[in-house]
Design a protein around this ligand. Structure first.
Ligand code: BG6
Length: 474
């Protein structure tokens, strides 16, 4: 293992340690990092939440989480070595009451010896971020600290600017890790490799050659047991300003000078600043039929479970190229992709192109099948000259045969070694919210759609005369 990948000794504190995110993602990710030899030589993990648990209860919760959400056998020796490092404290961590948690952290540090680093993970509702950050300052824990903030970071332009200012009262920006787990996905990072490590794609990656771009992240799942969270957030804040915008930056930004945090953040912010503010006609908000009957959802809820948008990027590369974004719950399929549709050549000599999606295109398949395909028209074998859709495919598992590292594993490890390349800056987020400000203040009404469909009919109208590329199309 190269030395720079081995983190320094750490005390890792997870706020919200009994919640959904910790159980599904964080605890399994830490366990996996340990199996891969990517955790520090000496470390402690302190879980904190309002639930009244003992350390043994927390270790049992972590074991159940790993068994449920992390495939693979668990060796008892390895588990016991890992779980010995876990402890739990249920004390509040507030600016005027930071003592008990601070004491637990200092005890763990004394056990490790020396001056271990501190990593805090805020897996709690965003409304708690400001107070938790202040408590880090009040507890005298700022030195040697890094803090991971879950998304969404801020709920509109004003709230994001205010939160950034409050965070900066305690922490230096270099200590702030605004996470977006989509950037931890191998397939999303591969967009950078595809664009900038090859000579053949970048020359056609512009308005001269591309007709439009689709970023499509449909989900079949509903809101599960997350009504409390989802009702106040909705699809735009849960997915668009976060995950889809992050994918958008990788697809559309200019080449950074180096693959380093500052250079990427500059390019991402520049791109976000070129987004034209969205108006009511540029978006479709949908709500699946039956959402209002879910436990914890208001009977007259206006929260959107579907969001589609048409974006314009006002810069030299993308002038006149619409970007269509779509995401939603309880849709007909989960095939996440980015499609770059090429401009059509004159095809009079061949007649009308076959198929619904008549563009030759590059499709970046993000999940669940991970790969890249180039869709084009070919001559159908036979005595007549007719065309048929065809494709060339790259599949990750076929080419590398290796398992992909989980997004949370990757990003937690990055934070442990102090690499902010795949995290989001204050400026990028503020620029993103700027583009969404008008529709946040004056959103169009939600349109109902059937579960198992592709969302409200208006989403088809939004992209017309083009069409959404359906997952099954080559
Ligand atoms: C989360 C959203 O950030 O991403 C969820 O809050 C969504 O609503 C999820 O389902 C999708 O990402 P993944 O990688 O967990 O499937």
């Amino acid at each position: 293992m190269p030395d720079d990948l081995v983190p320094a000794d750490h005390v890792i504190t997870i706020f919200g340690a009994c919640g959904d995110l910790a159980r599904r993602s964080l605890l399994p990710a830490l366990w996996h990092l340990g199996r891969e030899g990517l955790l520090p030589g000496s470390f402690r993990v302190i879980g904190n939440s309002l639930e009244d648990l003992t350390t043994d209860d927390f270790r049992a919760l972590a074991r159940r989480a790993v068994e449920e959400f992390s495939p693979g056998d668990i060796s008892e020796d390895a588990w016991s070595e890992f779980s010995d490092k876990l402890s739990y404290t249920s004390g509040q961590f507030k600016p005027d009451d930071a003592g008990p948690v601070t004491e637990t952290i200092r005890t763990a540090e004394a056990e490790l010896g020396g001056s271990p680093r501190r990593l805090f993970y805020f897996a709690v509702p965003p409304s708690a971020y400001s107070s938790l950050t202040e408590a880090i300052g009040a507890g005298g824990l700022k030195e040697r600290s890094r803090v991971i903030y879950e998304k969404p970071f801020g709920s509109d332009l004003d709230a994001t600017c205010k939160l950034n200012a409050e965070v900066h009262e305690v922490l230096d920006e270099s200590q702030v890790y605004r996470i977006d787990h989509f950037l931890g996905k191998e397939t999303v990072q591969n967009i950078l490799a595809l664009r900038f490590a090859n000579g053949m794609f970048e020359p056609v990656w512009d308005a001269q050659h591309i007709d439009h771009v689709q970023i499509d992240i449909p989900e079949t799942l509903g809101i599960g047991t997350r009504a409390g969270f989802y009702e106040t957030i909705g699809a735009m804040k849960d997915m668009i300003v976060t995950h889809l915008f992050q994918v958008l930056t990788f697809v559309a930004m200019e080449p950074p000078a180096r693959l380093a945090a500052d250079d990427l953040m500059v390019e991402k912010t520049k791109l976000m600043s070129c987004l034209q503010p969205l108006g009511r006609d540029d978006v479709v908000r949908g709500q699946y039929v039956g959402y209002r009957d879910e436990a914890g959802v208001a009977p007259d809820s206006q929260t959107e479970t579907f969001f589609a948008a048409r974006l314009a990027i006002d810069n030299w590369r993308w002038s006149g190229v619409p970007f269509f974004l779509r995401t939603g719950k309880r849709l007909a399929g989960k095939q996440w992709s980015v499609t770059l549709a090429f401009k059509q050549p004159p095809r009079t000599m061949f007649g009308d192109p076959p198929g619904d999606f008549s563009y030759d295109h590059l499709a970046l398949e993000l999940a669940p099948a991970e790969g890249i395909s180039l869709g084009f028209l070919a001559k159908r074998p036979g005595p007549t000259f007719s065309l048929a859709p065809a494709s060339m495919n790259f599949a990750y598992d076929g080419s590398f045969g290796s398992k992909l590292i989980g997004a949370y594993e990757r990003l937690i490890h990055d934070a442990l070694i102090g690499d902010r390349t795949l995290f989001t800056s204050a400026e990028t987020l503020e620029a993103a919210w700027h583009a969404l400000e008008a529709i946040t203040k004056d959103p169009p009404p939600v349109e109902p759609y059937d579960q198992g469909s592709w969302g409200p009919g208006k989403a088809e109208a939004l992209i017309a005369p083009r069409r959404w590329r359906q997952p099954t199309q080559p």
